[in-house]
Write a protein that binds this ligand. Structure first.
Ligand SMILES: Cc1cc2nc3c(=O)[nH]c(=O)nc-3n(C[C@H](O)[C@H](O)[C@H](O)COP(=O)(O)OP(=O)(O)OC[C@H]3O[C@@H](n4cnc5c(N)ncnc54)[C@H](O)[C@@H]3O)c2cc1C
Ligand code: SF4
Length: 330
């Protein structure tokens, strides 16, 4: 497929968030927010997505940086780069889980340009879809990955509903574990959406990965104080340790008192179309001693109900072991 020329679109470079919101509202379905461009430019060059209006938000300094909140939490602007998230002293000190997750995204070059907002709002990485086939997610009536010969090694274990793609973002499970709030603005105002509700599966809307609708802009992520300084565990397994998407990832935040696990939130990436909050694991380990036996039970609980496709059975023991390690080593 030729990548030498993108289809034409109107390019706008607003100098305020209000200006960006007005432009996105006016553009409606034909609008596209452009942040670091790592994902967007691939879509445009492959001619798979053809927006009429591209709103380049990368110049909006209001959306960059990390601020302390009065409750002891922090707010991270959506345009903060993944490198900044990885290295920021406040994030490293209080929410190391997120710094670790951001540091495992792609390559240093992509992290230097890629933004937290773009990482959270990125579309599915299923290669059939990215190649431009007319699958369910693209508005068609079949799933090429979930077919007898379909290549579905990277696809889901849970929550399939016609589409079997997974959530590709490394920072998303970390933010679900930290009980973060997504700050979304549009022409009608601002709303906060819990990270656990921000990502949506194909059963809700097969053409979107998040609750964002045309005209919406993710402006920031707020992390409450509750989990500041907790014990954390992030691990991502990919085919290669240079840039690559997760086959399975695990993100856990845990408060331990003596030997006892007092509180925990844990989420897995790349096993479902949304970051999968492992509530059953949380129930199994809360109030229990942080021992190898508890960790083993947690791993077993995590894989209950997993429904593998033809080529991704290996993800089941992988998820089980990552959960076991998270409980044992956090
Ligand atoms: C080679 C390669 C390897 C990669 N590996 C990984 C990986 O290992 N792990 C991982 O998690 N990701 C990976 N990615 C994805 C990459 O991290 C994300 O594409 C990147 O973080 C996106 O950030 P961006 O600012 O460049 O987004 P853009 O390309 O500008 O935007 C991505 C999407 O988000 C939307 N968007 C961006 N910002 C906002 C906002 N504020 N509000 C609403 N919508 C918005 C855009 O409209 C677009 O749909 C990889 C990408 C590439 C090209
Ligand atoms: S998994 Fe989803 S995105 Fe991939 S081919 Fe099937 S419907 Fe399309």
């Amino acid at each position: 497929m030729s990548k030498d020329m993108m289809p034409a679109f109107g390019l706008y470079q607003p100098d305020s968030v209000d200006g960006a919101i007005d432009l996105l509202a006016e553009a409606g379905e034909g609008g596209w927010a452009l942040a670091g461009g790592n994902d967007s430019l691939d879509w445009f060059k492959d001619r798979v997505k053809r927006p009429e209006t591209v709103v380049d938000i990368s110049g909006l300094s209001e959306l960059r940086g990390v601020r302390e909140l009065p409750d002891g939490g922090i707010e991270i602007g959506a345009l903060t780069t993944l490198t900044e998230v990885e290295n920021h002293p406040l994030i490293r000190e209080r929410y190391r889980l997120l710094a670790d997750a951001a540091g495992r995204v792609a390559s240093p070059q992509i992290r230097n340009v890629g933004t937290l907002g773009g990482n959270l709002c990125q579309d599915a990485r299923c290669w059939y879809y990215r190649y431009g086939v007319d699958c369910y997610r693209a508005g068609g009536n079949s799933c090429y990955a979930d077919s007898p010969q379909g290549q579905n090694r990277e696809h889901c274990l849970f929550g399939a509903s016609r589409c079997v793609a997974v959530s590709p973002s490394d920072t998303a499970p970390a933010l679900v574990a930290l009980d973060a709030r997504m700050v979304v603005r549009n022409a009608a105002g601002e709303r906060e959406v819990p990270a656990g509700d921000f990502f949506i599966g194909p059963d809700i809307d097969i053409e979107r990965m998040t609750v964002l609708e045309p005209g919406d802009l993710l402006t920031a992520v707020r992390i409450p104080a509750d989990w500041a300084g907790a014990r954390f565990y992030f691990e991502k397994v990919a085919d290669r340790n240079t840039w690559d998407f997760a086959l399975v990832s695990i993100a856990a935040a845990m408060v331990v008192n003596g030997e006892t696990i007092e509180r925990i939130r844990i989420a897995a990436g790349a096993v479902q179309c949304v970051p999968r909050r492992l509530s059953v694991v949380e129930d199994v380990v809360t109030g229990q001693s942080k021992t190898e036996a508890t960790a083993t039970l947690a791993g077993q609980a995590a894989i209950r109900g997993a429904t593998p496709l033809n080529f991704n059975h290996f993800k089941i023991p992988l998820l089980e072991n990552l959960v076991r390690r998270a409980i044992r080593d956090a």
